[in-house]
Design a protein around this ligand. Structure first.
Ligand code: GLA
Length: 738
């Protein structure tokens, strides 16, 4: 039983295979947090201490007892206005003008299976894989009820949290801030690992001390953003890949978010993940509710690798859906860096022919095939095929591509409109604009008001018209600017940031229902919306508009802390690279792109015969290891921000096969040797380096490491398979070592 309720002490215990989460309803009905960490037994309420603390409020219920204060006690869902002056999870603006909500326990329910969230993405599991705890809290004065939801996936060591705010009172309230999760730590010195970035350089790791005060990361861009990813790790000081205590919080949402970490006056730490309170004033009339997107938690006493692997499994198997979620994905050839806007049907057919020759599965026609769109200043919103430009119908083009033996995919950006488009000329009020103000443009485009059902309905019809024109097996769903005008001509502006994201989800859900076999790849100028929310609809996301192999090492490293390799869109592009001008070998580019869904994004007509042969070999290699790469255990073996190499490996679950990948980043005269230590092997087993035929014990590879060659090359890459040797082979191998 994953969820246990102890009636006498009103203690809830959420038990997973290796972790325990505990909380308690106290004598006054407050829901206090007791413990989250490695598996323990026993009641942890003895950890609560009570002292008279100056300037910390005491609720009236406690009478003369000045030792009871919510300003000090660890809580599950702290609120503003009840004497806790730390960051709150919920701020409610009442009809009388006050900002207060005093939440007390009303009842709870334990259910089989994992809860779902209406209109929102959420972790899913089979009935027997999960349990749900619902705890109802209520503010007796306003009638506001909060349903705290806990999902427990015991085998996965995953606990999810969400909250539903319900106005059960008579008067309208406004939700000014709402989080799904709060973690209060009584002890510990923590550092925060967060992932910051910018367009074409996403998810750089930053590690910072959580000192007294408040440290926050978030997005007010309408999407989860390139700038801060909605996923963080709280780590005890000094924790590393294989040791130390760490806690992850991953927000399953693709819009504005706020994560706050605070060390309080008694050295306690509070971490809150939820919706951003800016540009958010969500009115709830009597009977209405707001569902707060969920946060996925796991924690580990063994460092980041274990934490990451749990997230990889959870996202791959319990967030991603559809037929592709566990399948190796088609290898793509994308037209963007091959031709940009300068193509016609012939160009795409030529790409398809070369794809067939090289062994690539699919050609994707990127931006530029619709409306009047020869550059990025016009045409968005006009989802009609530009047959004049293509020189053929879309149906004919797709048939031609299929006849070449290649699948066909297409790029769309449904959330956008160019002012220079027929759609905008017809429906200027569909764009998000603030009346009386001039628009803020991004990539010279405006956003469509996706909080409106009528807008979504028409765009959906137009996109379906396109998808119905032939055998389209893949869609790249792009989104190329941030929200600036938080306004809707029809809907309440205070709801827009949230309702917009739910509108996008609604559209994607409908698309999935109508085209269950369609593979959708998410994208927002690369990785500007790389989050667990999107992965519920699109099992892969274009990781970055930066395809430079060396930069990608860092971008993919940051991404790997939470997101599985199967979700990381990664392609081999031309050298010198279009974004950085850096030259790298085709081999290095191939090894780096293989830490993802793999594909190509270059003008195949410019390839030499030698390069074509090498690409064919890369494809054979990727097919051989595809399953191991996408579903195996992923290990980071270095930190490319600090170390002389980027190294990572894929390990089979049975520990019998390993694919080691290394790119050397430093190159100097009389070069020092880089040793790479493998992980996750069986120490006593014997492994063969398949390429050289040399044998090593697992312990040797893990403890001594493997010396990398000192070659006079820039960014050389090595990809090596090690295979466990068994039985008779092992005896022979041992003899050969002797
Ligand atoms: C975005 C995407 C690119 C490409 C262009 C097309 O920047 O991230 O991959 O699709 O748009 O305009």
């Amino acid at each position: 039983m994953a969820i246990h309720y102890q009636r006498e002490k009103r203690i809830f215990t959420l038990q997973t295979e290796h972790t325990t989460y505990q909380m308690k309803v106290d004598d006054f009905g407050f829901l206090l947090h007791l413990y989250y960490g490695s598996s323990i037994s026993g009641d942890m309420d003895y950890l609560l201490t009570y002292y008279d603390r100056g300037f910390s409020g005491n609720p009236a219920d406690v009478g003369d007892d000045r030792t009871y204060s919510l300003d000090v006690l660890p809580q599950e869902y702290p609120v503003l206005g009840v004497g806790d002056y730390r960051n709150s999870a919920l701020v409610i603006h009442n009809a009388d003008g006050s900002d207060c909500c005093d939440l007390r326990y009303v009842r709870h329910e334990i259910k089989e299976g994992k809860y779902g969230l209406p209109g929102l993405p959420a972790v899913h599991a089979k009935e027997e894989e999960a349990q749900t705890l619902e705890i109802i809290l209520e503010d007796a004065v306003s009638g506001v009820q909060v349903c705290l939801l806990y999902g427990v996936l015991a085998r996965e060591d995953i606990i999810t949290r969400s909250a539903v705010i319900v106005n059960c009172g008579e008067e309208e309230i406004i939700v000014e801030k709402a989080a799904s999760s709060c973690l209060d730590f009584l002890t510990g010195d923590y550092e925060l690992l967060s992932f910051y970035g910018r367009h074409a350089m996403e998810r750089n790791l930053q590690r910072a001390e959580i000192a007294h005060g408040c440290y926050a990361v978030g997005s007010r861009r309408g999407t989860s953003s390139h700038q801060y990813n909605p996923a963080v790790i709280l780590a005890e000081k000094g924790a590393g890949e294989d040791f130390g205590c760490c806690y992850g919080m991953v927000f399953v949402y693709s819009g504005n978010f706020l994560f706050e970490a605070e060390k309080d006056q008694y050295d306690q730490t509070r971490a809150i993940m939820g919706l951003h309170g800016e540009n958010f004033h969500y009115p709830l009339a009597k009977g209405e509710k707001l569902v707060v997107p969920e946060t996925i938690h796991t924690c580990s006493n063994n460092g980041f690798t274990e934490l990451s692997q749990r997230y990889h499994r959870c996202i791959r198997e319990h967030i991603c859906r559809g037929k592709y979620s566990r399948q190796t994905r088609p290898i793509l050839l994308n037209s963007w860096e091959a031709a940009y806007f300068d193509f016609n049907g012939e160009t795409i057919l030529k790409l398809a022919e070369s794809a067939a020759e090289l062994g690539i599965d699919m050609v994707v026609m990127d931006d530029g095939w619709f409306g009047k769109r020869d550059d990025d200043n016009s045409g968005l919103g006009d989802w009609q095929v530009n047959e004049e430009k293509l020189g053929c119908t879309l149906g004919d083009l797709i048939r031609g591509v299929n006849e070449a033996g290649v699948k066909f995919g297409i790029w769309i950006e449904p959330e956008m409109v160019s002012e220079n488009s027929d759609l905008y000329r017809e429906h200027p009020d569909w764009a998000m604009r603030i009346p009386g103000r001039k628009p803020v443009r991004g990539r010279n485009q405006l956003m469509l008001d996706f909080s409106r059902t009528d807008v979504r309905k028409l765009i959906f019809e137009h996109i379906c018209d396109i998808l119905d024109q032939g055998n389209i097996e893949y869609v790249k769903w792009d989104m190329n600017r941030s929200i600036a005008e938080v306004y809707s001509a029809v809907n309440c502006p205070g709801r827009v940031t949230y309702d917009y994201v739910l509108g996008v989800y609604d559209f994607l859900e409908k698309l999935m229902q109508r085209y269950p076999d369609l593979l959708i790849e998410g994208c927002s100028g690369g990785g500007g919306r790389f989050d667990a929310g999107m992965l519920y609809y699109t099992p892969q996301i274009w990781c970055s508009d930066n395809t430079d192999a060396v930069d990608r090492l860092r971008i993919q490293y940051g991404t790997s802390f939470f997101y599985p390799v199967s979700s990381v869109g990664s392609h081999v592009s031309a050298s010198p690279n279009h974004q950085t001008g850096r030259s790298t070998s085709l081999h290095t580019r191939g090894v780096v792109a293989m830490a993802g869904t793999f594909g190509y994004e270059l003008a195949t007509k410019e390839l030499t015969e030698e390069e074509k042969e090498e690409i064919k070999e890369q494809i054979v290699q990727y097919r051989k290891y595809g399953e191991l790469i996408q579903n195996g255990n992923y290990y980071r073996l270095s930190n490319p921000f600090q170390d002389a190499c980027a190294a990572w490996m894929f390990g089979a679950k049975d520990q019998k096969t390993v694919l080691l990948n290394v790119v050397l980043l430093e190159n100097h005269g009389n070069m020092t040797i880089t040793y790479v230590k493998l992980k996750g092997l069986m120490p006593d087993a014997l492994y063969e380096d398949v390429e050289t035929g040399k044998y090593y014990t697992g312990s040797a590879l893990m403890e001594g490491g493997l010396p990398m060659p000192a070659e006079k090359k820039e960014y050389p890459a090595y990809q090596k398979e090690f295979r466990m040797v068994n039985g008779k082979d092992r005896v022979q191998a041992c003899e050969s070592i002797v």
